[in-house]
Design a protein around this ligand. Structure first.
Ligand SMILES: C[S@@+](CC[C@H](N)C(=O)[O-])C[C@H]1O[C@@H](n2cnc3c(N)ncnc32)[C@H](O)[C@@H]1O
Length: 181
């Protein structure tokens, strides 16, 4: 992915420094050096989002913005509990908003236009809307905007069954926050 990013940046004449880091660990940057932190559909793989928000806020300049998209809590609430969770699960499974955060799902590979038929089992963390809000608040990040994008009519024509799911349960939540000075 990094070599693809390099390729795309140089094709567009953009100078960029790409680094790989684990966002569950302290970020490898000096404090207060970024105007914007952007993260796309990755925070639901992080257990302790409050720790991540504190790290993000540390590297942001005062007044800097954080823009994040995550799988919508209504969507991750429907992911099955991870098998190791020894609790009685409702049958049939209809989701569990306030259930244990560790979830395990089988997901097809959607990359590069080719949808695989074979699923991959992955783990992720279901965070409620208030979990995200509290994590931002505890890091002095103030929400300035929030979006729940609805699937377009164009998407309905492309993939009717996924559209049918996405029109009933929101897939993405996007929020914008500002570091309070
Ligand atoms: C659904 S993909 C999104 C990829 C990309 N941001 C995008 O929008 O196309 C989730 C990404 O989160 C990354 N990820 C998951 N856990 C992570 C962690 N602890 N630290 C850094 N990246 C992580 C994965 O490697 C993967 O690239």
């Amino acid at each position: 992915m990094i070599s693809l990013a390099h390729e795309r940046a140089s094709r567009r004449g953009v100078e960029a420094d790409f680094r790989v880091a684990d966002i569950r660990e302290p970020l490898p940057f000096e404090d207060a050096q970024f105007d914007i932190v952007f993260t796309a559909t990755a925070l639901h793989y992080v257990d302790d989002i409050a720790a991540f928000m504190k790290e993000a806020a540390c590297v942001m300049k005062p007044g800097a913005r954080l823009v994040a998209s995550v799988l919508h809590p209504m969507s991750t609430a429907q992911f099955p509990l991870a098998e190791s969770e020894q609790v009685e699960v409702p049958d049939p499974w209809e989701g569990w908003y306030f259930g244990s955060p560790l979830r395990s799902i089988e997901t097809p590979w959607l990359g590069f236009g080719a949808v695989s038929t074979e699923g991959r089992r992955i783990f992720c963390h279901h965070h409620t809307l208030c979990d995200y809000f509290s994590a931002l608040k505890s890091a002095s990040l103030s929400i300035t905007d929030m979006l729940e994008p609805a699937p377009s009519a164009e998407f309905a024509l492309k993939n009717a069954s996924r559209y049918d799911q996405a029109i009933r349960v929101p897939v993405f939540l996007i929020f914008k926050a500002e570091k309070i000075t």
